[in-house]
Design a protein. Structure first.
Lengths: 207, 617, 109
């Protein structure tokens, strides 16, 4: 049989991401990886929670955090989760152009999120002198939020490479699992952010 | 692509073949070679420790070097010897046992191996670059943060690399077992070794991220001035202990469960009976894994977690004795009334049962919190974990090597040498470690460089060191056996032991695509079923058709070399900022390799039907 | 050999199209709910005078429900063929809970 898995609406399987053996493997592999990531972030959250009050007389969470910035970042990332759902919807309808469009929107929202995060960090460092080294709280904060930011940056590079690579060839059974894996990964980043804005920012402003 | 052509190629071509291979059997062999090499290093370190403790107040090595020896002995044996040897066995055997042609992610399989191997090399580079890590294999903060020089930095980066490799391997095995079982191979028909591979991989998946985070925190503290463990800035050293043991205790089961799987294969084969209580064995494995996650704090009884926490962890720990006991009795019942053949593989399995039981019982003793205040950090603990890790894991690996050697390499290991090595190692082992129980009870602390004369510790330590030499000689004979057998060993048939599971239905060694036609599995012990029904051959589940195989790739090695270079950059950038270049260059190489991988489509190749027919035996 | 795409050829019929549309509608609803929960959470912190004893559990519950939507609707964990993913995610959550318990409850001096 040939390697040409190109699709048209006639040959399109219901779930192109799982139609091949390799696709099914990728799908499960990424899910299992996310299971491991859960523990990774739990360890980071736990470390943060153990050290959140260890400010060493430096700025505390109440001094630092503001609602507006975090709210904007949250909306950006949540929306990007929805746009990647739209992209997958169009993938299943075999509408490559629309899928690329929505993935592009997702990436833009991700870039926006990352830009705000960099601004936020710069703001803390320059205006408050609150750095990675100033206290155990500082180390824990930048590590937890930075790990999430790093995941966002990695996801962005991933989707940009995927989109560029496949721009001319369209959707096929070889790359559909790759797009789908990205979308799962991206949702998971959002899941982590939900806990970050709740546990780090909102709870940090309360107590 | 035939195996005859492979043998005729020159050394360079063979080396290239192994550097680029994605074949699970070859990667398994690489794991065995890598793990074996580090096992020798770890063994050498053990000998040096025992020479130092031969007589009271010895000055064979300095105190600082002694600290480096115990650290590297523990780290090497756990991360770079025992685990890779088991991963190697899993890699070769598990796909054969489930009737698959390869693992789910052949490329990642290769990446996992190279990460482990170069991580181990990185760690051992420290010997030549100003001193090895010296904060113990547990690297407790704040000692590990305070430790001068770059030793602990090598520990952090080396383990980070090899840990990532292990995590990749774990995910790979999980997906392989979920999606690639042959037709008819339901979960409850999987051989026990495959089951333990599956459960072990789950443990790897959930335990290693905690170590990853712990190592990152230590890395940030040591190399970037963070304050996680710096009490002056509000840090808390207990975090390291928790993260380390949340990983570390499941790690113990990551080591022992595959060994349990090995014995559950060997004992039925050489007793000519099916495994007694298969279902109970499977659920005992799952239960051990589940409980194994909830007991990490028993390593921390003396930290001061308080009586409530200590009591909970003590009870949970003791509960593990129940599923383990189920296993012990099932192995005994498997042998009961069987037609037992004793050879080297079976000897190791037989020796395992009582040895491990002793280790298990001292484990329950240690679980008793109040008593643990006496045992903690004494040679009693050292004796306990060597009884379970050597008596369980190393015996398991040696049994597995004797058992599967014909399958992996096509030659049978010499029986006479195998038995001599066994008796020397077995007697040596008990001499070395049995007395250590009493040394510990007499109050000899672990990790001490010297002990004083006239405190009743002299004889025990002397006996222990003599035992260590016997183990060393036993190990050497096993090594000679390997060399001898690979030259002059008896050629193995496909099924030299009258086996029961699918791997014995393939050639020895198996062709690179394992099964010409995927096998049809009709029950537990599929090959045995076919033998009993007089066919002796596995029924194919599909007509002969072309086979899809993955392409080899050098990218995993290049990627790992990138990380390797970057690790040096991270370690030395604290001395001079110019080392940042190494980080950039290394990461550029690694990311470039990743980019190449995603830009270049790799559809694999096909072995045509005609070619398969030509290769008919 | 892996599945031949021709064997799994399925025409895109109107029934399936309809099903996908409905699925999409559910996802939009979950998104709206998620945004709603987010607004409530931020609102409670920004404008209410609630005691943190009550506020923190409410915030955590809101977060957990939101994450449930992400997993079950956006990531399709409710669909069939997601048994193993669910096992691994819940396994991860189990290990995560233990880790959190360790670092929150029994980490002190």
């Amino acid at each position: 049989m040939s390697h040409d898995h190109s699709l048209n609406p006639e040959t399109m399987p219901q779930e192109p991401e799982k139609a091949t053996h390799e696709g099914k493997n990728k799908f499960l592999g990424l899910w299992f990886f996310l299971g491991g990531e859960t523990v990774l972030f739990a360890s980071l959250f736990g470390t943060y929670l153990a050290l959140r009050n260890s400010t060493a007389d430096g700025p505390s969470s109440q001094d630092l955090f503001g609602l507006e910035l975090v709210f904007i970042m949250t909306i950006l990332l949540l929306t990007s989760s929805l746009t990647s759902v739209y992209a997958m919807y169009h993938m299943k309808n075999n509408d490559f152009a629309k899928m690329q469009l929505w993935l592009g929107v997702t990436a833009l929202l991700g870039v926006g999120f990352l830009a705000f995060e960099i601004y936020e960090f710069a703001h803390y460092i320059t205006d408050y002198g609150f750095t990675f080294r100033s206290s155990a709280f500082g180390s824990a904060f930048y590590t937890l939020v930075g790990f999430h930011g790093g995941h966002v940056a990695f996801g962005l590079s991933w989707i940009i490479v995927l989109m560029a690579r496949n721009a001319k060839r369209g959707l096929n059974l070889y790359n559909a699992p790759k797009f789908y894996s990205f979308s799962l990964y991206w949702h998971f980043i959002d899941v982590v952010w939900v806990f970050i804005f709740t546990v780090v920012y909102l709870m940090g402003m309360v107590s | 692509m035939s195996s005859a052509a492979t043998q005729k190629r020159g050394f360079g071509a063979m080396l290239w073949d192994y550097l680029t291979t994605v074949d699970h059997k070859k990667i398994g062999i690489l794991y065995l070679i890598g793990g074996g090499f580090f096992f020798l290093l770890g063994g050498l370190e053990a000998m040096i420790i025992r020479i130092q403790l031969l007589v009271p107040e010895n000055d064979f090595i300095s105190a600082g070097l002694y600290n480096e020896m115990i650290t590297m002995h523990g780290t090497t044996m756990i991360f770079l010897a025992a685990m890779p040897l088991l991963l190697g066995l899993m890699n070769v055997i598990m796909p054969l046992q489930i009737g698959a042609r390869d693992v789910a992610f052949p490329f990642l399989n290769s990446l996992g191996f190279w990460l482990f191997f170069l991580g181990g090399i990185l760690l051992n580079c420290s010997w030549f670059l100003g001193g090895a890590p010296d904060a113990g294999w547990t690297s407790y903060a704040p000692l590990s943060v305070q430790s001068p020089g770059h030793g602990v930095d090598f520990y952090v980066m080396g383990l980070q690399l090899s840990g990532a490799g292990t995590l990749i391997g774990g995910i790979n095995f999980l997906v392989t077992i979920v999606t690639m079982r042959a037709p008819g191979m339901t979960y409850m028909r999987m051989p026990l070794f495959t089951w333990t591979t599956f459960i072990t991989s789950i443990l790897i998946l959930f335990a290693f991220p905690a170590l990853t985070v712990g190592l990152f925190l230590l890395m940030f503290d040591r190399m970037m001035g963070a304050a996680f463990f710096d009490v002056a800035l509000g840090g808390n050293a207990i975090i390291w202990q928790h993260l380390f043991w949340i990983f570390g205790h499941p790690e113990v089961y990551i080591l022992i469960l595959p060994a349990f799987g090995v014995f559950s294969e060997i004992l039925p084969t050489f007793s000519k009976k099916r495994l007694f209580g298969y279902t109970a064995m499977v659920f005992a494995t799952i239960l051990i894994a589940f409980l194994g996650f909830m007991v990490w704090a028993h390593h921390m009884f003396t930290v001061g977690l308080g009586p409530v926490a200590n009591a909970i962890f003590a009870i949970a720990t003791m509960a593990i004795a129940i599923p383990t006991g189920i296993k012990i009795f099932n192995w005994l019942a498997t042998m009961w009334g069987g037609s037992i053949r004793i050879n080297s593989a079976m000897l190791w399995a037989l020796a395992f049962v009582p040895t491990f039981t002793i280790g298990g019982m001292t484990g329950v003793m240690l679980a008793s919190t109040v008593a643990d205040y006496q045992y903690h950090d004494t040679y009693f603990v050292v004796a306990h974990f060597h009884y379970v890790i050597v008596g369980g894991v190393v015996f398991g690996i040696l049994a597995a090597l004797h058992y599967w050697w014909p399958k992996i390499f096509g030659r049978i290991l010499n029986e006479a040498m195998g038995k001599i090595a066994f008796w020397l190692f077995f007697i040596g082992f008990h001499l070395t470690f049995f007395v250590q129980h009493f040394l510990g009870l007499m109050g000899m602390p672990r990790r001490y460089w010297v002990f004083l004369e006239g405190q009743g510790l002299d004889t025990g330590n002397l006996v222990s060191s003599i035992g260590a030499f016997l183990m060393g000689i036993g190990g050497l004979i096993f090594l000679i056996n390997i060399i001898y057998s690979s030259v002059k060993g008896e050629k193995a048939s496909a099924d030299p032991w009258d086996g029961r599971t699918l791997e014995w239905a393939t050639a020895s060694p198996p062709v690179h695509y394992n099964f010409k036609q995927l096998p049809l599995v009709r029950g537990l012990d599929p090959l045995w079923i076919e033998k009993m029904e007089g066919k002796g051959k596995i029924t194919p589940a599909e007509p002969l058709d072309e086979i899809h195989m993955p392409n080899g790739s050098i990218l995993p090695l290049i990627m790992t070399i990138g990380f390797f270079i970057a690790s040096f950059g991270f370690i030395y950038q604290t001395d001079h900022k110019a080392w940042l270049i190494a980080i950039y260059v290394g990461m550029a190489i690694a990311l470039g390799a990743m980019l190449t991988r995603s830009l270049k489509d790799d559809h694999g190749y096909h072995i045509s039907k005609e070619e398969l027919e030509r290769e008919a035996e | 050999m892996a599945n031949n795409p021709n064997t799994s050829k399925l025409k895109m019929n109107s029934f399936q199209r309809q099903k996908k549309k409905e699925e999409m509608k559910k996802q939009v609803i979950s998104f709206a709910l998620m945004i709603g929960f987010t607004l409530i959470a931020f609102g409670l912190v920004g404008f209410s005078e609630m005691d943190s004893m009550f506020l923190v559990p409410i915030l955590l519950i809101l977060a957990v429900v939101q994450v449930g939507f992400q997993f079950y609707y956006f990531m399709h964990m409710k669909d069939k063929d997601h048994e193993m993913p669910a096992v691994m995610i819940y396994g991860g959550v189990f290990a995560a809970m233990l880790t959190l318990a360790a670092l929150i409850v029994i980490t002190w001096w």
